[in-house]
Design a protein around this ligand. Structure first.
Ligand SMILES: Nc1ncnc2c1ncn2[C@@H]1O[C@H](COP(=O)(O)OP(=O)(O)OP(=O)(O)O)[C@@H](O)[C@H]1O
Ligand SMILES: [Mg+2]
Length: 212
């Protein structure tokens, strides 16, 4: 029976390849579909495209969502850099000196859809600002803007900077969102700042003019 085969395979992987988390996740999820008593929602990866493109119609609004996140993180300065952006395919860099994210905040916050730490902490930690975000989807403005996002972040007392690269084209329909992995790297700290977050958005989907 397929169910028994899956159990066997899972057992084998757990014993022999305990760090093959992608495989473990896939097999457990497949197995859970044999549950006769409960059913669960699963999420098609196509949701990401819809969140990015449909919720944030204008690319100017998309940038303001990301600046708002820097404000919410107590940034005093946000630097926007546009590189070769008068043509499609350019780069935008959004660099803030806010509090940054720990690995825990990155994984359970930024990488968790619809989560918002602003529900639990409506005021910012240093300047007690009333935080603007609450829906937990603003980060998908980055998807609206360009095809690749690299997020680098460090907190005041982190020894290293954390960096995640997301290729939005990986999030195609007919795939399960949970099974798409994104690389995390541990880098030397970004110079000249105590804490902060940098978003590098590459392969821009739109052209930008001076007026925008
Ligand atoms: N520049 C940043 N600095 C520090 N943390 C950030 C930054 N950008 C995003 N985050 C973290 O990622 C989470 C997700 O951001 P996102 O914009 O998607 O949601 P939100 O701001 O909570 O709500 P909204 O959708 O209303 O903007 C934030 O709650 C915050 O914890
Ligand atoms: Mg936000």
């Amino acid at each position: 029976m397929e169910q028994d085969k899956l159990r066997e395979e899972l057992k084998y992987i757990l014993e022999n390849e305990p760090e093959n988390y992608s495989k473990i996740l896939k097999l457990s999820s497949e197995l859970s579909k044999f549950d006769q008593d409960s059913v669960r929602f699963s999420i098609d990866a196509g949701i990401i495209d819809r969140l990015g493109k449909e919720l944030v119609a204008r690319h100017e609004t998309a940038v303001s969502e990301l600046v708002k996140n820097a404000y919410d993180a107590d940034a005093k300065k946000v630097k926007l850099t546009f590189i070769d952006s008068s043509e499609i395919g350019g780069i935008i860099v959004i660099n803030d000196d806010g509090v940054g994210m720990t690995k825990e905040q990155l994984v359970n916050g930024f990488m968790r859809l619809a989560s918002s730490d602003k529900i639990h902490y409506p005021f910012s930690p240093i300047y007690n600002r009333k935080r603007a975000g609450k829906k937990g989807i603003g980060r998908f403005a980055a998807q609206r803007l360009g095809k690749q996002l690299t997020i680098t972040t460090q907190t005041e007392d982190s020894e290293q900077a954390l960096e995640i690269t997301i290729n939005w084209d990986d999030f195609k329909n007919d795939q399960d969102l949970m099974f798409i992995d994104n690389k995390i790297e541990y880098k030397i700290r970004m110079p000249k700042k105590r804490s902060g977050t940098r978003l590098v958005i590459k392969n821009l989907r739109d052209k930008w003019t001076e007026a925008q």
